[in-house]
Design a protein around this ligand. Structure first.
Ligand code: ADP
Ligand code: ADP
Ligand code: ZN
Length: 216
C-alpha cells in the first residue's frame, strides 16, 4: 500500500507511521526526519533548510520534491510506503502525482488525521524522542514503560526539537492552513481521501487507520 498521512503539526502522523512501519512493513518516509538528518550532517540541503525550519516556514518545493524523488525510487519503497509530512503544498502534490505516474505506482489512500487545533500545542510542546532510534514519546500522553529508558532500543538519552515551542507552532499552523489544507479538496476530488479521529487515543487511531487500509 502507498499512502499519505495528512494533518497539522502534532496530529500524530509520525506516531502512526512508526507503528505502521513496525507492524506492517511499510516504509515511513518522513520529510521532517530527512531534513533534520540533513541539518545534522551539514549537507547543502541542511544548510539551506536549517533557518527555515527554525522559523516554522516551509522549505522550498523544488528541494522537497528532489528529496522525495530520490527516496521513493529506492527498492525498499516498492513494498509500500507512508508519506509523513509530504506533500505539504499543491505544487508538491502535483509533482508527486507525476513521479508516481512515471513509476507506474498508484496512490491507494490519503488519510486525514482530524484534530482540534487547541490540542496540538499541548501535543507539540510535550513531544520528545529517543536520541538513538527516534521512537516518539510525550511528557503526558506517552512516557516510556520504564521512565527514562526507550521502549524500542533501551537507550537513555532523549531529544526535543528546537521548533517544538509555542511560538514556532503558530507559524507552522499558519503554514498548514494556508498551504497544506488545500490538499484536502485536491485528494477528495480524486476519491482517495479518508478521515480518522485524531483526537482518539493512539491505539484507537491506529485501529481506524488499519480498518481503512484493510478495507481497500
Ligand atoms: P506529527 O508527526 O503529526 O507532528 P507526532 O506523531 O509526533 O505528530 O505526535 C505529536 C505528539 O503527540 C507526540 O509527542 C506523540 O507522542 C503525541 N501523540 C500522538 N498521537 C497522540 C494521540 N492520539 N493522543 C495523544 N497524544 C498523541
Ligand atoms: P510536524 O509534523 O510537527 O509539522 P515535520 O517534522 O513534518 O513537523 O516538519 C518539520 C519542518 O520541516 C517543517 O516545519 C518544515 O519547515 C520542514 N518540512 C518538512 N516537510 C516539508 C515539506 N514537505 N515541505 C516543506 N517543508 C517541510
Ligand atoms: Zn530508542
Amino acid at each position: 500500500m502507498k499512502i499519505i498521512l495528512l494533518g497539522p503539526p502534532g496530529a500524530g502522523k509520525g506516531t502512526q507511521a512508526q507503528r505502521l512501519q513496525q507492524e506492517r512493513g511499510m516504509v515511513q518516509l518522513s520529510t521532517g526526519d530527512m531534513l533534520r538528518a540533513a541539518v545534522a550532517s551539514g549537507s547543502d540541503l541542511g544548510v539551506k533548510a536549517k533557518a527555515i525550519m527554525e522559523r516554522g516556514d516551509l522549505v522550498p518545493d523544488a528541494l522537497m520534491v528532489g528529496l522525495i524523488e530520490q527516496r521513493i525510487a529506492q527498492p525498499d519503497c516498492a513494498k509500500g510506503f507512508i508519506l509523513d509530512g509530504f506533500p505539504r503544498t499543491t505544487a508538491q502534490a502535483e509533482a508527486l502525482d507525476r513521479m508516481l505516474a512515471a513509476m507506474g505506482v498508484k496512490l491507494d489512500r490519503v488519510i486525514e488525521m482530524e484534530v482540534d487545533e487547541a490540542a496540538l500545542t499541548e501535543r507539540i510542546v510535550g513531544r520528545f524522542s529517543c536520541a538513538k532510534c527516534g521512537a516518539g514519546y510525550h511528557d503526558k500522553f506517552k512516557q516510556p514503560a520504564k521512565r527514562g529508558v526507550c521502549d524500542s532500543c533501551g537507550h537513555t538519552e532523549f531529544s526535543r526539537r528546537k521548533d517544538d515551542n509555542a511560538e514556532t507552532v503558530k507559524t507552522r499552523m499558519a503554514a498548514y492552513r494556508a498551504q497544506t489544507e488545500p490538499l484536502l479538496p485536491y485528494y477528495r476530488a480524486k476519491g482517495v481521501l479518508r478521515g480518522v479521529d485524531g483526537m482518539a487515543e493512539m491505539g484507537e487511531v491506529y485501529r481506524q487507520i488499519v480498518r481503512i487500509l484493510d478495507g481497500t
